[in-house]
Design a protein around this ligand. Structure first.
Ligand code: NAD
Ligand code: GLY
Length: 355
């Protein structure tokens, strides 16, 4: 087991990266008050809810909210289901919510926690690779608006994050690949050595070799913890974590939430960001091909669906990094070195989007 710490200006919390942990015992010290509300979905709950609920029920009043599974339910109507359950349970300010699931459940539970009674405690038990390396750490919570992804939300940090590598064994292979896109992202934006390590270990990672998957999750969480410690509210460096996301969100919004997995859209978005970095003269064609090869080894798509360039360009303006009407993108100055910039050639962007 490894424990890392996320230190924000207001709050510090641990991330445990482990296998075969008794989850009830692990989370109990981080529960405040006597009431617990576990939020999960109808895929994850049958796999993992019962032992956790039974264990915590020995010491706490435990309620559950089981949401339908899917990105298309990451919306206000389903946040209301969590509020309704909290109201029905007469939850008080010291209730603790536990997110048991992937990024969708984590983001929604976090947002419900941030907003219920102006903020209550919550714990993340991320059960997808994507949630373990990215969404459960750092306090971004929220839901989608029909016209844009993650448009409604709040920064709200958890008390504790418990990543159990064993949960990845039940994860569909397509979801494992989607999570691997975010793993590769860290290497591309800030750690060229990790990129080489991923190239050496991708086959073992995709078979969930216990040692390498734990190391990959720990390296990603450490990068994320460092970035969040420096820039919790995304005033600067944290924006780098959105590498590939502005392009990827276009695909997700255009194709309908849930049809492309977030990580798949990000994979294609990272290729497009590499292509733009390349035509800007910052990285080479060999660099872009290296990224494409690694994504392919993780069974990820590398080509976008057909979206005409001007539609894609308009959708990009919904991005949260747009400032005073100016689009800012995360591009690569080199593999392992990303920048946030509005200094790109518009015609070259349209050419990349049109490819
Ligand atoms: P997800 O939560 O939809 O989970 C993917 C699928 O795997 C779902 O069907 C889920 O039920 C299933 N699942 C989860 N754990 C499982 C397990 N152990 N075994 C079997 N099935 C399991 O998707 P995700 O990829 O985890 O997260 C994507 C979401 O995260 C998006 O909404 C995205 O916007 C958000 N996100 C947020 C942040 C952030 O910083 N808050 C960062 C990245 C992504
Ligand atoms: N996933 C991007 C961030 O947390 O900032």
């Amino acid at each position: 087991m490894q424990t890392l710490t996320v230190q924000t200006p207001s709050h510090a919390y641990p991330i445990h990266i482990t296998s075969r942990e008794n989850w009830g015992e692990a989370v109990r010290p981080f529960i405040k008050g006597k009431q617990v509300m576990i939020v999960s979905n109808d895929t994850v709950a049958p796999l993992y809810l019962e032992p956790l609920q039974t264990n915590l029920a020995q010491t706490h009043t435990v309620q559950t909210v089981i949401l339908p599974d899917g990105e298309q339910y990451k919306n206000q109507a389903h946040i209301d289901r969590i509020y309704d359950a909290l109201m029905d349970a007469h939850a008080s300010r010291d209730v603790t919510l536990i997110a048991l699931g992937g990024g969708v459940i984590g983001d929604m539970t976090g947002f419900a926690s941030a907003s219920f009674m102006r903020g209550v405690n919550f714990i993340q038990i991320p059960t997808t690779l994507l949630a373990q390396v990215d969404s459960s750490v750092g306090g971004k919570t929220g839901i989608n608006h029909p016209k844009g992804k993650n448009m409604i939300g709040a920064f709200w940090q958890p008390q504790f994050v418990l990543c159990d590598m064993n949960t990845l064994k039940t994860l569909p292979r397509r979801e494992l690949s989607a999570g691997m896109a975010e793993v590769i992202k860290y290497a591309l934006i800030m750690d060229a050595g990790f990129l080489t390590w991923l190239e050496d270990n991708m086959d073992a990672l995709m078979t969930l070799d216990e040692t390498v998957i734990g190391e990959a999750v720990a390296r990603c969480c450490q990068h994320k913890a460092d970035v969040v410690a420096e820039d919790e509210r995304e005033a600067g460096k944290r924006a780098l974590l959105n590498f590939g996301h502005t392009f990827g969100h276009v695909i997700e919004t255009h194709e309908g939430y849930g049809n492309w997995l977030h990580g798949e859209a990000v994979a294609v978005g990272m290729v497009q960001a590499c292509q733009l970095s390349q035509v800007m003269g910052w990285i080479t064609d060999a660099d872009t091909q290296r990224v494409i090869r690694l994504l392919e080894r993780a069974d990820l798509p590398t080509k976008p669906p057909a979206i005409d360039a001007s539609t894609a360009r308009n959708l990009m303006m919904h991005d949260k990094k747009v400032k005073s009407g100016t689009l800012r993108l995360i591009l690569l100055k080199a593999l392992g070195e990303a920048v946030v910039t509005s200094d790109f050639d518009e015609t070259k962007l349209l050419a990349v989007l049109g490819d």
